[in-house]
Ligand binder design. Structure first.
Ligand SMILES: [Zn+2]
Length: 137
């Protein structure tokens, strides 16, 4: 018996993430890769898309350190005295995606460099509110 194909949406994306897999979609019509699980190709609008497993390797393209945090992160101890880092990661396969950046000193943004190599970080994955995160590779 084969597994029922999962719907192309955020719920499936996070379900895969909890299983340790970073899954995006690939367009069967034009080959476009997308790190966001949507049922339609953003390039050619084809609905012929399939799941694609990303390596989880990438580079930091842009980042910001945030000290005014949402409630869910405040509960985890982030805030004015313990900012967190959010960034845009350019995946080894090409697409870009925004993610939390772990393992960096968000209180000293000058120590964080764009271009640094990153790898998918699932150690701190929140079971209830999973979020994509990367750390230094
Ligand atoms: Zn396409």
């Amino acid at each position: 018996m084969t597994e029922e194909p999962r719907e192309f949406n955020a719920a499936s994306f996070y379900a895969y993430l909890k299983e340790g897999q970073f899954m995006g979609v690939r367009c069967r019509s034009c080959g476009k890769l997308s790190a966001e699980a949507r049922p339609m190709c953003p390039a050619c609008h084809s609905r012929e898309v399939e799941w694609f497993r990303f390596s989880g390797q990438g580079q930091l393209s842009a980042f910001t350190c945030i000290s005014v945090v949402p409630a869910a992160l405040a509960e985890k101890g982030y805030g004015r005295n313990n900012p967190y880092c959010s960034g845009i990661v350019t995946l080894a396969e090409g697409p870009r995606i925004s993610a939390r950046i772990l393992g960096v000193d968000a209180a000293s943004p000058q120590t964080i460099a764009t271009g640094m190599n990153l790898a998918l970080a699932l150690e701190d994955l929140d079971e209830d509110k999973p979020a994509l995160a990367f750390g230094p590779a």
